[in-house]
Design a protein around this ligand. Structure first.
Ligand code: ZN
Length: 414
């Protein structure tokens, strides 16, 4: 019995130590120039506990201290604590038919290395290619600093196992992507939908000091249309963790055939693919797959009639979808990504004109609609965010997986 008790006691102590360390790291992350006394006030830990833990983190190179120059009061000159941004790293993988990307990111969201992985429509082959690239990146980075791998793809995927439930635009259904990707690597892997990762990146890599977003929607418009929805500060999951996927809400019941099997989904009218289809039609081109959104935007900027007309129709369709989102989620912000972000100066006025005619004023009043500042790296940054968010929040929670973006509060912990 005593052995069990000792083991349990030691375990609890290490869990508590980890919890307090992460509590401090979280406070420093959220307050870029925090002092030791501020830390004590914010965390509820005693000054001696703060001193002990901070000294340990400084010795490990995770925190750095900076003497503040301007200080008018009498007494010891205070020091500001900072996270050493390269002390912890994350690997992010964004799977896209157009260009699968791998990146090594630091805590500030800076990419230290990047690699393009040649596309293969066979998920096993692509997973093996990505696995080799991850191993090579780990060798170059020094694997001890890498906390994990965040993987995004356009579709629904099991968050920890990496089984693709459905990725319509890749034509992947019920395939095990996680096992060949992991191989024998011992790192944690987290899998998530690309648009949801992009939403997480908006929350995790927000401007320091800015008001944290609680209720917002990220609208990804590359290779289809996907959304990530935050409500009350949490990523919306639903009963089986595939909630908040608004690309397949039905805009026209008898509309265009969608890759999901339904008809008239929003993404058929408001995505980059819709833009290409409409432009090809108006320009009299035989094959929409040869067009791409950046080219059409360039043409629209030059006043090309077919491109302008196609972009206008896509803007109308985007706005109709936004009107639905406003009614359901009452967001404070809708953040648009990909081609819609690039085209924002061309489509913003038209989108607001439609919204003013379609959405009640009380849903329009609180909402900002803005292009992301992360384009074209939203999903990759999201891959890094999911790794960091698990590291900073994964402790003493009874073993339940922490939801991405969840920031744990442990006031009064000792
Ligand atoms: Zn659909």
């Amino acid at each position: 019995m005593s052995v069990t008790f000792t083991t349990r006691g030691a375990l609890q102590k290490s869990v508590l130590r980890q919890a307090n360390e992460r509590l401090i790291l979280n406070a420093v992350r959220n307050n870029p120039t925090i002092s030791r006394s501020d830390l004590s006030r914010i965390t509820g830990l005693s000054p001696s506990s703060i001193s002990f833990i901070v000294n340990r983190l400084v010795r490990r190179g995770v925190l750095t201290e900076e003497k503040l120059e301007k200080y008018s009061q009498v007494g010891r000159r205070p020091t500001a604590l900072h996270l050493a941004t390269d002390s912890m790293l994350a690997i992010a993988l964004e799977i896209k038919a157009g260009g699968t990307r791998l990146a090594l990111a630091d805590l500030s969201g800076r990419f230290l290395r990047q690699k393009l992985i040649p596309w293969n429509s066979n998920p096993q082959v692509l997973a093996q290619r990505a696995h080799a690239a991850i191993r090579s990146m780990l060798d170059q980075a020094g694997s001890s600093r890498v906390l994990g791998v965040g993987v995004g793809l356009p579709g629904s995927i099991e968050r920890f196992g990496g089984r693709v439930i459905a990725a319509e635009n890749l034509n992947w259904f019920n395939v095990d992507f996680g096992t060949p990707l992991r191989g024998r690597l011992q790192l944690p892997f987290y899998f998530e939908n690309n648009a949801r990762l992009s939403a997480l990146a908006e929350k995790w890599f927000a401007e320091p000091g800015s008001k944290p977003l609680q209720d917002f929607i990220f609208v990804a418009t590359a290779g289809g249309l996907g959304t990530g929805v935050f409500t009350g500060g949490h990523l919306l999951e639903g009963a089986t963790a595939v909630g908040g996927e608004c690309g397949h809400i039905i805009l026209h019941p008898d509309g265009l055939q969608c890759t999901c099997g339904n008809r008239g989904c929003w993404e058929q009218y408001a995505s980059d693919k819709a833009l290409c289809r409409l432009y090809a039609g108006y320009a009299g081109l035989p094959d929409a797959t040869r067009c791409d959104a950046p080219e059409i935007l360039d043409l629209a900027r030059q006043g090309d009639e077919a491109a302008t007309r196609a972009l206008g129709e896509v803007a109308d369709a985007l706005a109709l979808g936004f009107a639905n989102l406003l009614m359901v989620f009452n967001p404070e912000a809708i953040i648009v990504g990909d081609f819609a972000a690039d085209a924002w100066d061309l489509i913003e006025a038209r989108i607001w004109a439609v919204l003013k005619g379609r959405a009640p004023r009380y849903t329009l009043a609180p909402v900002r609609i803005v292009p992301t500042t992360h384009a074209p790296d939203s999903a990759l940054l999201g891959g890094a965010s999911v790794v960091f968010s698990h590291f900073f929040t994964r402790f003493d929670n009874g073993g339940d997986p922490v939801r991405p973006g969840e920031v744990l509060l442990m006031q009064g912990a000792r």
